[in-house]
Design a protein around this ligand. Structure first.
Ligand SMILES: Nc1ncnc2c1ncn2[C@@H]1O[C@H](COP(=O)(O)OP(=O)(O)OP(=O)(O)O)[C@@H](O)[C@H]1O
Ligand SMILES: Nc1ncnc2c1ncn2[C@@H]1O[C@H](COP(=O)(O)OP(=O)(O)OP(=O)(O)O)[C@@H](O)[C@H]1O
Ligand SMILES: [Mg+2]
Ligand SMILES: [Mg+2]
Lengths: 261, 261
């Protein structure tokens, strides 16, 4: 059974997409077979993985709203290794309203994943679901499909404000839709070691979540933000850069820790 | 009639909240009377304006879902000058689903604002509505209430990807719910002059939106991100810092330009 992560945080711009694509790319370079599901209507993860999502391509929208199979929309990434992506496109922006009136609306992604693993997918090692910055029906679908939550936390003050809300939503899902769901991994991102604020936030997070926080910390590094403009992850764009190395270390830690008990 | 702006961009973390509170604080220091409406369930704008929003305080949720009056939830900010805020609180996270079944659901904020201006508010000069990073019913309510859209654009690659979607949503609103709505102002944020990427994005935006882009550009500056941890805007936290001065300049430009014809 593959490890299924949802990468979520309703605070915007904290590094959800950047973390999803770079952890996935690093694991694929280690030899794992990895699937990224892009649940964000902006399609940033699809872009970073080299998949053009602006036209009328088959996308995760077709899976959720029209019941198409996951295998019919999956494309291979241009990145190295066995890295695949179920892309999003602009149709997804209107999906939540349409999903509202579909039966089993919270389980649409879970059902599609179950079908996929039963038919094709039993050789995947990891699945990462990149979420939009909200706690709507798309993110709920991700929460009901995964067993693990990876929360990227930007080392900034506002990043802590939304955390309680995120954790109570996850707790609610755990009580209802998906008793397997737990926060297994927390990753500190955009850490600027020159600022006192970053050290304070990091210290605070380590105290509250000693088990889940990874030792690897992602520094703020311009090569990381340049990579998507070349339709690449930073792991392939500049492998020996500090941003890439820290994502490789984080991926290594996730692999070594293994799935929670 | 006050100028009503909605500050929106569905891309997360681009500086919507930071722009809302600092432009509002600067205008209040010029002597204007300003109202900030916090439509983001995370309540970051309320925090920056010194308003505790974690408890069971009257909030914009009561206005939208329970029909309370706007004047019953407005509090004066701890910032200098005539700066007021209609705070959000955690209840707002579930508001979109509840608003769905209320009549005139797209106009709930507009109706509340009309009532407020008719009874109390005719001496306000500006209203700024801080939006969450999505294009759901809360942002739609902001779009139907305002005449002007202020779009903060982070000088990063992903920031350009979501712009088309945002502009087509605004165009749709202009054709339907609110024919007065227009993108009057674009502000470049988190500009890091050391990176080629920032210059490229800024150049791109200036070419596409020569009329709307302000001359003032907000640099990435740590004092800006420290201010909310003291429940302040950067304009009051460190008035002579480069981040504060650039927001003061931007506010000055918005005031001088005046409302679009
Ligand atoms: N370590 C880093 N160093 C520098 N820039 C970074 C880093 N991580 C992410 N970025 C940049 O910061 C911005 C926000 O990151 P990203 O888009 O991954 O966040 P997100 O949480 O997915 O945003 P959204 O909430 O919109 O989905 C992007 O422009 C990205 O390129
Ligand atoms: N000019 C700047 N320099 C440095 N940091 C900044 C600047 N502007 C904003 N920030 C920081 O960047 C982060 C994102 O900004 P902000 O929260 O205002 O964006 P937002 O668009 O409102 O996010 P969301 O999409 O979650 O509502 C915050 O931690 C903020 O303090
Ligand atoms: Mg993202
Ligand atoms: Mg905000």
């Amino acid at each position: 059974r593959p490890r299924v992560f949802t990468v979520s945080n309703q605070k915007g711009g904290v590094g959800k997409t950047t973390t999803t694509v770079n952890i996935a790319a690093a694991l694929a370079r280690f030899g794992a077979k990895v699937l990224v599901i892009d649940l964000d209507p902006q399609g940033n993860a699809s872009t970073a993985l080299g998949i053009d999502h602006h036209g009328d391509i088959p996308s995760i929208y077709d899976v959720l709203v029209e019941g198409k199979s996951l295998s019919s929309v999956i494309q291979k990434s241009t990145e190295e290794g066995e890295l695949y992506c179920a892309p999003s496109n602009l149709d997804l922006a209107g999906a939540e309203i349409q999903m509202f009136s579909i039966e089993r609306r919270e389980y649409l992604l879970r059902d599609a994943l179950e079908r996929f693993f039963n038919e094709h997918g039993n050789d995947y090692h990891y699945v990462f679901i990149d979420c939009p910055p909200s706690l709507g029906l798309l993110t709920i679908n991700a929460f009901s499909s995964a067993r693990e939550v990876l929360i990227p936390i930007q080392c900034e003050y506002y990043a802590l404000e939304g955390l309680t809300q995120l954790l109570s939503t996850i707790e609610m899902i755990n009580q209802g839709l998906n008793p397997y769901l737990q926060v297994s991994t927390i990753l500190l991102t955009m850490f600027d070691s020159r600022t006192r604020l970053a050290h304070e936030v990091a210290e605070d997070v380590r105290q509250h979540f000693p088990q889940q926080v990874l030792n690897a910390v992602i520094p703020r590094a311009v090569r990381v933000s340049e990579a998507p403009s070349y339709s690449q992850t930073v792991v392939s764009y500049d492998t020996m850069s500090v941003g890439s190395i820290s994502y490789i270390e984080a991926a290594h830690e996730i692999a070594l820790r293994g799935a929670p008990g």
